[in-house]
Design a protein around this ligand. Structure first.
Ligand code: PMT
Length: 420
């Protein structure tokens, strides 16, 4: 079984008798953790009703290029941006011709032109149509453009013929689709990631917290798994499902997060601190609910441990990536954290009202990242948190491959001696 946690799969269903098999495919894609949106061609609707796919995918089916209602909600450009991959299954002979010619007279063709994501095609047609020189030429043109062909398989066909042209089974399609996302760049490495907010109790019913939803950290955890890492996700209270193959440790307060990190960091090659950890906690946690007797209430706060700084100080050979959530002076504060906490990489993102493009960043599905390390940096442009997480993990893997853990440890000892 392949894992497609958080992947946005745009499934194009075209006019083939195998269209009914796409219904099972939608179910299997969702079981594998993907979000699925279905686009049907006119031909497909002659075989299966849009209602079937709407019920199975849990979202309305898209079938018209010029639909004013769809444009107001999720129009074709937005749909193209939403997708992480486009899968055309089943792909009829006609749809192969349309895609090879780059035609946009139906929604699916337009989406394939507008989307800058991998395109996978599972053909399904009569064996003679598949073998025809025109179809084979279309396949050659598409394959040359980098399109991934899954199948077709050989066997008995709906028309009674026996030969090549059957759509591959759902399991095979899922397997090949999953391989598209598996990079293996962190194969064999253990990565510890913190995510979400912490809650610092004031009394049995109240706490101090922040707006972090955990979306950024969970997306990074899923991307690290795709890259082949063993991932331990230490999570504050969030309402997100655990990405597949991720070991999740739930915590509530900064102190609990610190303990969980200490318990798991020993064997980690990489630590990524995405969590919005409370910097301060109440000095006293009242055992009973605080009553509103006074006109003013003063709560004394004390600093929490900076978990990230603690990890880098005690485990210098761990490649440490910090985040910086800033309302202003993004670069200045991020570089300050890079230096002060002796990080290997810092990822800055704008938060609050100034982060207009990303709707404040907290709990938003999109983000924009400015990544810095000692010798350089780069900007990861506005995109979904899932997409950015994959780009960030690729960058982390690249920088990690150049990281000299022994030298980092030695340098740290020298630095600590200087401080003494
Ligand atoms: O969860 P989302 O809704 O998707 O939002 C994502 C995010 C905005 C929370 C995320 O992208 C982000 O910026 N996380 C870091 C938030 C933060 O606390 O930043 P900071 O600048 O206050 O902290 C700097 C770094 O030190 C962070 O890596 C933080 O995890 C770490 N830290 C901070 C305090 C502390 N006591 N211990 C820490 O480890």
């Amino acid at each position: 079984m392949q894992y497609l946690s958080n992947k946005h799969v745009l499934l194009g269903v075209t006019g083939s008798i195998a269209a009914y098999k796409a219904a099972d495919l939608v179910r299997r894609l969702r079981e594998a953790g993907a979000e699925v949106r279905v686009v049907m061609t006119e031909g497909a609707k002659a075989f299966v009703t849009p209602l079937t796919f709407q019920a199975l995918s849990g979202t309305p089916v898209h079938d018209s290029l010029l639909d004013t209602e769809a444009e107001a909600a999720m129009g074709h450009i937005e749909l193209a941006r939403w997708a992480d991959v486009i899968l055309v299954a089943p792909a009829s002979a006609n749809s192969l011709a349309t895609l090879a010619q780059g035609r946009a007279d139906e929604l699916l063709g337009a989406l394939c032109l507008a989307a800058d994501v991998p395109l996978a095609i599972a053909p399904a047609m009569n064996r003679q149509m598949w073998a025809d020189a025109a179809t084979q030429e279309n396949v050659r043109v598409l394959a040359q453009r980098g399109v991934l062909f899954i199948g077709p398989d050989s066997g008995e066909q709906a028309c009674g013929d026996v030969g090549e042209g059957r759509m591959s089974d759902s399991e095979t399609i899922l397997q090949r689709l999953g391989e598209l996302f598996s990079t293996g760049s962190l194969a064999g490495q253990t990565v510890v990631i913190t995510a979400g907010p912490t809650r610092e109790a004031l009394d049995p019913v109240r706490y101090l917290s922040n707006r972090s939803s955990g979306k950024m950290g969970y997306a990074i955890a899923a991307a690290a798994v795709e890259a082949g890492a063993r991932v331990i996700l230490i999570s504050g209270p969030v309402s997100l499902a655990t990405p597949q193959r991720v070991s999740r440790v739930d915590v509530e307060s900064a102190a609990e997060m610190e303990e969980a990190v200490k318990a798991h960091i020993e064997n980690a090659a990489i630590f990524i601190a995405t969590a919005a950890v409370a910097d301060y906690r109440p000095v006293l946690q009242q055992q009973q609910k605080i009553k509103k007797h006074e006109a003013r209430l003063t709560i004394e706060l004390e600093k929490t441990t900076d978990i990230l700084a603690m990890v880098k100080a005690q485990y210098a050979s761990t490649f440490c990536v910090g985040f910086a959530a800033e309302t202003h002076e993004l670069e200045q504060y991020a570089l300050g954290k890079l230096e002060k906490k002796r990080l290997d990489m810092v990822v800055a993102n704008r938060v609050g009202p100034a982060a207009e493009k990303t709707a404040g960043t907290f709990n938003s599905d999109s983000n924009e990242l400015h990544v810095y390390w000692k010798e350089g940096g780069l900007k990861l442009e506005l995109a979904s948190k899932n997409k950015l997480a994959r780009q960030l993990i690729a960058l982390v893997a690249q920088r990690f491959s150049l990281f000299d853990a022994t030298a980092a440890k030695d340098n740290n000892v020298i630095a600590m001696n200087k401080i003494k």
